[in-house]
Design a protein. Structure first.
Length: 268
């Protein structure tokens, strides 16, 4: 199956973001893709992080999820919906949720971001505290799709390799990593971390990103990637609103794991 990573520069206007997402999903479908992955915060990159709570939706209810279900049906696409705000036990904070819709518009799974980006960048006057506006998820999630079992993750999760190894133990042969990586950390680590997750797990990685400057003056890295299980970059987009696409062989990860049994040779 041909798959797509959707790259965007989202802002505070949800309707405008959804129109752009729809256009890019349509382009991916026209390109022959059967599955597309949206970036983190595709529907909303607000001026103030706590503004996300105003747009938080309950599972299965709300205009963003209605848009996703409708877009999946119209474009006949599986959609891994990057991340969007879901209600959480704390009224002032939201889950960063990644719902997955099949080509009939049915929601098949939903992952809530586990690792929140609470960091100060070394040697820079730049810090982030996602836990101020977001509530952490607790459960790993996989979903069976036409390209195999996908292990769902979001952005900062990428820095925790034990999570991806657990997803492999749950059957994953493909990882999705929708992100809004900062320009600074993206330049330093984005490519090497994504290729490492692919290589060490012999899995495909589909990693769409946000790019450019956003209303909160955050600059994101872009460089959306699709990587094969041997760590080769199949396609990449530096910046711009676009989709990138590549063909995925659902049997390749399993064949490589049999021929090069690094996972089976573990001794810990």
């Amino acid at each position: 199956m041909r798959v797509a990573a959707i790259q965007m520069n989202s802002g505070p206007n949800v309707d405008a973001n959804l129109r752009l997402a729809d256009s890019l999903l349509g382009s991916a479908a026209t390109d022959g893709c059967g599955l597309a992955v949206l970036p983190e915060n595709f529907a909303l990159m607000p001026e103030r992080s706590r503004d996300k709570a105003m747009h938080a939706e309950a599972p299965g209810v709300g205009p963003i999820q209605e848009f996703l279900a409708d877009a999946a049906r119209r474009h006949e696409l599986w959609i891994v919906a990057g991340s969007m705000p879901f209600v959480s036990p704390d009224a002032e904070r939201v889950y960063g949720a990644c719902p997955v819709f099949d080509a009939h518009g049915r929601q098949r799974a939903c992952y809530r971001k586990i690792h929140l980006f609470d960091v100060k960048l070394p040697d820079r006057d730049e810090s982030y505290r996602e836990s101020h506006s977001m509530y952490p998820g607790e459960e790993l999630v996989t979903v069976e799709t036409p390209i195999g079992i996908i292990g769902l993750s979001i952005c900062y999760d990428l820095r925790f390799p034990e999570m991806y190894r657990r997803l492999v133990e749950d059957g994953a042969s493909v990882f999705t990593v929708p992100a809004a990586f900062t320009a600074v950390t993206g330049k330093a680590h984005w490519h090497v971390l994504l290729r490492a997750r692919a290589i060490e797990n012999l899995a495909y990685v589909i990693a769409p990103g946000q790019y450019g400057l956003h209303p909160d003056n955050r600059a994101t890295f872009g460089h959306s990637l699709i990587i094969d299980p041997w760590g080769q970059i199949l396609t990449e987009a530096a910046d711009g609103d676009c989709h990138i696409a590549a063909d995925v062989d659902a049997e390749l990860p399993h064949r490589l794991r049999g021929e090069f049994p690094a996972l089976a040779n573990r001794r810990l």
